[in-house]
Design a protein around this ligand. Structure first.
Ligand SMILES: NC(=O)c1ccc[n+]([C@@H]2O[C@H](COP(=O)([O-])OP(=O)(O)OC[C@H]3O[C@@H](n4cnc5c(N)ncnc54)[C@H](OP(=O)(O)O)[C@@H]3O)[C@@H](O)[C@H]2O)c1
Length: 237
């Protein structure tokens, strides 16, 4: 399948590499391909410049967000949560119409005056807040901005290394979650997850469940900081 990964961050690279390994044709979207390839410094989280990944994965096309979105049959959104709605809305609607868009972004807002001092893996070391939160979610905002696109919230409750390589933990015997208003799109996201190696995929129902999935990011990060390692969560029935 031709799959678009919108984003060049650490998480997006996990999907790009793994999907390519699985035999999919992947096209990556960025704001400005030339500028992205010209960067030589790591990003704020210490992720090496994209040019390193690009050189190590020859043949993966890097295009603008709009061109990449137009190219793929299924789209994964890995655009920074605070900028995702604006960036996705700028893509011509026809490029995304009728397509499944799997969104794993967290609507973190960094460097706000109301943030509490707390260990956090950013250069500022304070906990970001979520916006929207509680009565809305980023995934619902994206769905409202792209009414012709079928938005699924998935992948968001783990690091993307774990999402793309679930068997690293308990041979894959842990749980991942998805939500959305379109059954066929959720089936497509579930197929991708099964190809990655997931066996326990829980469908939380309508896209409104994305509120809880995004809010879980705070708890997930707190557990990760406490354990000092990536981890999986198993839902026992
Ligand atoms: N990494 C993970 O394991 C993980 C796990 C769960 C959830 N998430 C969430 O998923 C999202 C993506 O994470 P990530 O690690 O893949 O990448 P990221 O570093 O959070 O985001 C990088 C992407 O956001 C784009 N971007 C940044 N500012 C922008 C702006 N002003 N306008 C348009 N685009 C902008 C960048 O565009 P350029 O390509 O042009 O630089 C880049 O493609 C985040 O919200 C993150 O919190 C990540």
């Amino acid at each position: 399948m031709k799959i678009t990964v919108l984003g060049t961050g650490a998480g997006a690279r996990c999907h790009t590499a793994r999907l390519t390994e699985l035999g999919h044709q992947v096209v990556v979207g960025t704001r400005d391909p030339q500028a992205t390839l010209a960067r030589t410094e790591p990003d704020m989280m210490g992720t090496p410049p994209y040019q390193d990944f690009h050189a190590a994965h020859p043949g993966i096309e890097l295009r603008t967000f709009a061109e990449a979105a137009d190219d793929g049959d299924l789209v994964i959104n890995g655009i920074d949560g605070a900028n995702a709605v604006q960036a996705l809305s700028a893509i011509p609607r026809a490029a995304l119409a009728g397509k499944t868009l799997v969104d794993y972004a967290v609507p973190y807002v960094y460097q706000q005056p109301d943030q509490v001092e707390r260990p956090w893996p950013t250069p500022w070391g304070v906990m970001p807040r979520l916006e929207p939160v509680d009565t809305d979610s980023l995934a619902e905002q994206i769905q409202r901005a792209l009414p012709d696109t079928k938005v699924v919230k998935a992948f968001v409750t783990q690091e993307q290394e774990t999402v793309t390589h679930p068997k690293e933990f308990a041979d894959g015997d842990h749980t991942t979650l998805l939500a959305g208003d379109h059954t066929d799109a959720k089936n497509a996201a579930g197929e991708l997850l099964r190809a990655y190696g997931w066996r326990d995929i829980v469908d939380l129902g309508p896209l409104a469940a994305a509120r809880g999935m995004e809010m879980y990011a705070h708890l997930h990060t707190a557990i990760g900081l406490a354990l000092g390692t990536r981890f999986g969560v198993k839902i026992i029935r």
